[in-house]
Each structure stands twice: as C-alpha cells, then as structure tokens.
Ligand binder design. Sequence first.
Ligand SMILES: [Zn+2]
Length: 130
Amino acid sequence: MRKKTTKNFTNFKMNNEVYKLRRKVMDFIYELKNEGFKLPRIDVRIGTDKDCTILGKARLKDNIIWITKKCVSDSNSNFIRTTVYHELLHAIYGCNHVKGCPIMSAEVSDVVVNKSKSIEIFRKYYNKYN
Ligand SMILES: [Zn+2]
C-alpha cells in the first residue's frame, strides 16, 4: 500500500474545516484539468509540518502532495496556486527545482505570478514530460 504520510508532516483527520481546505487545493488541480492538461488522480493531504516555513511537500512521481493548513488559510490564491503547482510538478513528473523559476525554485519566489502566467509556466514543464 502506498504511504500516505511523509516525514515531519502531520496529516489532519478529515472534518468539515479540513475538507474545505482540501477542496481549495483540489480547485487548483481542476483548474489545470479544465485547461486541458491530462493529470493523474492526485492524493491531497492537509496538515502541519514541524518546520513552520514549509508550505507543501510531495513524493516524487507518486502522485501525492501535502499542503500545510497555514499555506491554504493564510495565503492569497495566486500564492496557493503556485505552491500547489510546484508540488504537483514534483509529485507527477519528479520535476527538480529550477533556480529563478517563479514556480519551481526551491525558495519561495519574490514574484508571485497570476493564474495565466502560472498556467503558462506549468505548460512548459508539462510539455517537457508529456
Ligand atoms: Zn520543491
């Protein structure tokens, strides 16, 4: 069975609040599907990380991502989107970090790109792996 947990990250049990946070993350995945991207089913977990600077995690090429509650509840949608795309590119394709990329840089980018720009960047990676 596939492991649903990852190091230093506590998954929250599902309740109404967690379901809503998870839904918010899923919406960014649906957004990509609506743009015509063919994506596998992604397992999304919400929780907290021991390291409070962590926004999300992913297991490379295993279609599972973890996003912190803090990221989903305290950030604007452009910021959440780029975090989700970042983790998706790790989780689906095993994409590595790319210095200076607003989505794939290891550090949180100073520039938070909007929806259309995010999709444009995602497409660039998608085309590379598909
Ligand atoms: Zn990363």
